[in-house]
Design a protein around this ligand. Structure first.
Ligand code: HXC
Length: 510
C-alpha cells in the first residue's frame, strides 16, 4: 500500500468508528429524542476542543458470539477538551453500541480518563445513557464498575466530578453518578433506579412508571438524588458549563475570579423593608440573596428538594461563594432531615474546593414530631454542625431574623467556628421563641402574668444585643449595607489558614 492509501484507509476507519453502532442505531437514538454521544460532547465543550482517545479500542468478549460483533471504540466515547478555556475530561456512554452497556473495555477507557484527570487536576464530566453492565460479559463488566467507583471515590475532593443522566441509568450504574459531586438530569428523558418498574412490581406489588419511579422530577424533588434538571439535553449541558464557572479545576487551585461591573459598595434600600414587622410573617430569602450578590445572579442547587433550606453558588466582588440559607417562605425555614442532608453535603463540597460559605440564618429550630424523630433528625441534624465545624474555609454568618435553640448553634454560630458573625437589628437570638418560653416557664400563671413575662422575654432576647454584648455577634448591620459588609468579611478572611487536628478522617454521623 502507498502512504496515501494508508492515510485513506485510516480516514475510512476513523469515519466508521465515529458512527458507533451504525446509522440505524443512530436513527433510533434520534427518534427517542436523544443526541449521540459525540454530539453531546461537542455541545458541552468549547468549539473544536475535543480530543478523543481510545477510539480504536475493541471489546474482548468471546461469549455469545460477541467475537464477531466488535465495534471500534466500544460503547463509550472518552477524551478531553475545554470549557471556557479550561481543561476538562469527559466520557459519554454511546447508547448506539449495545445500549451503552458497560464492558470491561469501556471501563478501562473510563478509568484511563479518571486517572488523567486526577494527575492533571481537571474536572471529570460523565454523560450517562446506558443499559448498565454488559450482560454478555458477566463479572468482567461488574469488575469494570468496581474500578470506576474506586476512581470516583479516590478523586472525590481532588477534582470536581459531574454526572449528567441523559437516558436510562439502571442498576449499579447509578452508583458512579451517586459518588460524584453533582447529578444533572433531563426532564422526561432520563431515569435512574436500582431496580426498574418490573422488578418493583414483582417484589412490592407497586405499579409505577419509569418516570414515577426514577424520573428527573422524582429525583429532584423527592429523593434528593438529582441536583439539577434541564428542559432538554442542550439546557442540561449548558448548566454544567455554568456550574464549572464557579469551581476551581482541582483542590489545589482557587476558584476563578469573574470581574464584575456591580459596585462592591452598592446599597440595597429594598432590603430595609423586605423583612415584615411581624416575625411570624414569611418572606422570600432568595430575594435577599439575589439582592446582595454580584449582578443579582444566584445559581441555585436542588431548588425543588427540601425547600426550607436554600443552597447554591453566587459571586461577591467577583469571588465564588457557596450560599446556605434558611427559607422562611417554606415551612418557616425549619430544619428537618432533608434540609440537614442537603446543607451538610453542600458545605462539605465547598470545603473540598476552598469556596467560602455565606450563611443567611432565619431559623425557628428543628422540626418536631414522631416522623422526624423516628427517622433520625438527631443523626441527620448533627451533620450540619459537623460539616460547618470541620470546614476550614472562610465562614460568614448573617442572622436576618430568628436564630433559636440548637438551630442557632448548628447554623454556623461563632462558637461553631464561623469567622464573621453579623446580625440585623431585628435578629432574635434565644433558646426558643417568646411564646414557647413563656409556656414552659409560666405554665401555671394567669394571663396577665404571662403577658408580662412575654414582654420581658421579648425585650431580653428578641434582639441581637445580648449576643453582641458577649461577642457571639461581631457586628450589627442594617439590611441596606449587607452586600458591602459581606464583601468586607470575605476580603478580611481571604487568606485564612486553619487546619484540623491530624487524623485519618472524622466520623461524621452518616
Ligand atoms: C447488553 C444491552 C444491555 C445490557 C441494553 N442492551 N442493555 N446489551 N447488556 N445491559 C442492548 C439491547 O439488547 C439492544 O440491543 C440495545 O442495547 C438497545 O436496547 P433496547 O432495549 O432496544 O433500548 P430501549 O428500549 O431504549 O431500552 C433501554 C433499557 C433496556 C431500558 C436500558 O435495554 C434494558 O432494560 N436493559 C437492561 C437493563 C439492566 O437490567 N441492566 C443491568 C443492570 S444491573 P439490540 O441489538 O437489540 O439493538 C447492573 C449491575 C451493575 O448494571 C452492578 C454495578 C455495581
Amino acid at each position: 500500500m502507498t502512504l496515501q492509501e494508508i492515510y485513506h484507509s485510516f480516514e475510512e476507519k476513523d469515519k466508521a468508528a465515529e458512527l458507533g453502532g451504525g446509522e440505524k442505531a443512530i436513527e433510533k437514538q434520534k427518534n427517542a429524542g436523544k443526541q449521540t454521544a459525540r454530539e453531546r460532547i461537542d455541545m458541552l465543550l468549547d468549539e473544536n476542543t475535543f480530543v478523543e482517545i481510545d477510539k480504536f479500542v475493541f471489546h474482548e468478549c468471546h461469549d455469545y458470539g460477541m467475537q464477531n460483533k466488535r465495534i471500534a471504540g466500544d460503547g463509550v466515547v472518552t477524551g478531553y477538551g475545554k470549557i471556557e478555556g479550561r481543561l476538562v475530561y469527559v466520557y459519554a456512554y454511546d447508547f448506539t453500541v449495545y445500549g451503552g452497556s458497560l464492558s470491561r473495555t469501556n471501563a478501562n477507557k473510563i478509568v484511563k480518563v479518571q486517572k488523567l484527570a486526577m494527575k492533571n487536576g481537571a474536572p471529570v464530566i460523565a454523560l450517562n445513557d446506558s443499559g448498565g453492565a454488559r450482560i454478555q460479559e458477566g463479572v468482567m463488566a461488574l469488575s469494570g464498575y468496581s474500578d470506576i467507583f474506586y476512581q470516583n471515590i479516590k478523586a472525590s475532593g481532588v477534582v470536581p466530578q459531574i454526572s449528567a443522566i441523559l437516558g436510562p441509568c439502571a442498576g449499579g450504574a447509578c452508583y458512579s453518578p451517586a459518588l460524584t459531586d453533582f447529578i444533572f438530569m433531563v426532564k422526561e428523558k432520563s431515569y435512574m433506579f436500582v431496580t426498574g418498574p418490573d422488578v418493583v412490581k414483582t417484589v412490592t406489588h407497586e405499579e409505577l412508571t419509569k418516570e414515577e419511579l426514577g424520573g428527573a422530577n422524582t429525583h429532584a424533588s423527592k429523593s434528593g438524588v438529582a441536583h439539577f434538571v434541564g428542559e432538554d439535553e442542550e439546557e442540561t449541558l449548558m448548566m454544567i458549563r455554568e456550574l464549572l464557572s464557579f469551581l476551581p479545576s482541582n483542590n489545589m487551585e482557587d476558584p476563578p475570579i469573574v470581574p464584575t461591573q456591580d459596585s462592591i459598595h452598592r446599597e440595597s434600600p429594598d432590603l430595609q423593608t423586605l423583612i415584615p414587622d411581624d416575625p411570624n410573617i414569611p418572606y422570600d430569602m432568595k430575594k435577599l440573596i439575589e439582592e446582595v450578590v454580584d449582578e443579582h445572579y444566584f445559581f441555585e442547587i436542588m431548588s425543588q428538594f427540601a425547600q426550607n433550606i436554600v443552597v447554591g453558588f453566587a459571586r461577591l466582588g467577583g469571588r465564588s461563594v457557596g450560599i446556605v440559607a434558611n427559607q422562611p417562605a417554606y415551612l418557616a425555614g425549619v430544619l428537618d432531615i432533608d434540609a440537614s442532608d442537603k446543607a451538610a453535603r453542600f458545605i462539605r463540597f465547598c470545603d473540598c474546593f476552598d469556596i467560602p460559605i455565606i450563611t443567611f440564618e432565619d431559623v425557628p429550630g428543628f422540626l418536631p414530631g414522631r416522623d422526624q424523630e423516628h427517622n433520625g433528625i438527631i443523626r441527620h441534624g448533627a451533620k450540619i454542625v459537623f460539616a460547618y465545624v470541620e470546614a476550614t474555609i472562610p465562614k460568614i454568618t448573617l442572622i436576618t431574623r430568628k436564630a433559636y435553640g440548637g438551630a442557632y448553634i448548628v447554623m454556623s454560630s461563632k462558637e461553631s467556628g464561623a469567622d464573621v458573625n453579623l446580625a440585623y437589628p431585628n435578629a432574635e437570638i434565644a433558646v426558643m421563641g417568646a411564646a414557647g418560653a413563656v409556656n414552659v416557664l409560666y405554665r401555671s400563671s394567669n394571663e396577665e402574668e404571662r403577658q408580662k413575662a412575654l414582654n420581658e422575654y421579648n425585650e431580653l432576647f428578641s434582639n441581637p444585643y445580648r449576643a453582641a454584648e458577649k461577642g457571639y455577634v461581631d457586628e450589627i448591620i442594617l439590611p441596606k449595607d449587607t452586600r458591602y459588609k459581606l464583601i468586607q468579611a470575605l476580603e478580611m478572611t481571604a487568606n485564612k489558614t486553619e487546619t484540623n487536628p491530624p487524623k485519618k478522617h472524622g466520623n461524621m454521623p452518616l
